[in-house]
Write a protein that binds this ligand. Structure first.
Ligand SMILES: O=C(CO)[C@H](O)[C@H](O)COP(=O)(O)O
Ligand SMILES: [Co+2]
Length: 220
């Protein structure tokens, strides 16, 4: 079985009970949780920011995988580090000085991630790959949960996987958007290491059972 991490997206969780949701994920055996931070500018939606993440950090041992969908993310690196983010992922489309931003994330003590919108070519990530712990391949246009997987992203995952292997790197590939039980195994076979799932996870309690459903797909 390939290495497989499931990172449930809180975008589809109960915002009125985030502490309870984090506890339930941990009790169900999950190790990662995906925070979708949206600013109403880079994407049309608005969610939560560093104060909410900070308020919940002390009560959770989960790996906080933070997906920033905000303009000029370099302004907030220190705040997210202080809030307790373990990995900070910025969008390639939000900055012209990406190397500086990625270096600043590393210097702030967090793991580094670069997210690419579906139409953004892979070569944007090429020279940064040695500095990246993870590349996030968006498989929907960011902003909302519950959208359909965009089929051409499969080709992109396979090409990124080849690029990482050819360079002898261990950069993780995360796939985010429209991930379901039906496509999880195929995405893993194409090279995805971390699958984000919002609507296909939170809509189907109990979480331990849903996590097992994903794990079984990887074993079959
Ligand atoms: O980044 C995101 C949206 O911008 C979310 O992580 C993603 O859409 C997860 O939701 P779903 O699994 O329902 O597609
Ligand atoms: Co996301």
């Amino acid at each position: 079985m390939r290495r497989f991490i499931l990172s449930p997206s809180l975008l589809s969780a109960d915002f009125g009970n985030l502490r309870g949701e984090l506890e339930a994920l941990e009790a169900a055996g999950l190790e990662w949780v995906h925070w979708d931070v949206m600013d109403g500018l880079f994407v049309p939606n608005i969610t939560f920011g560093p104060p909410v993440i900070k308020a919940l950090r002390a009560s959770s041992k989960l790996f906080f995988d933070v997906h920033l969908m905000i303009d000029h993310p370099e302004r907030y690196i220190r705040e997210f580090a202080d809030a307790g983010a373990d990995l900070l992922c910025v969008h390639a489309e939000t900055g012209v000085h990406l190397e500086r931003t990625i270096s600043a994330i590393r210097e702030a003590g967090m793991q580094t991630g670069l997210a690419l919108n579906p139409a953004t070519p892979l070569n944007v990530a090429e020279y940064l790959l040695p500095q990246l712990d993870m590349v996030l391949v968006m498989s929907v246009n960011p902003g909302f949960g519950g959208q359909k997987f965009i089929p051409f992203c499969k080709e992109k995952i396979a090409a990124l996987s080849k690029m990482i292997r050819e360079r002898g790197l261990s950069t993780l590939i995360q796939v985010d958007g429209g991930v379901t039980l039906d496509n999880a195994r195929e995405l893993s076979d194409l090279g995805a290491d971390v699958l984000v799932s919002g609507s296909a996870f939170f809509g189907h309690p109990p979480y331990a059972g849903r996590y097992q459903d994903f794990q079984r797909k990887m074993e079959s």
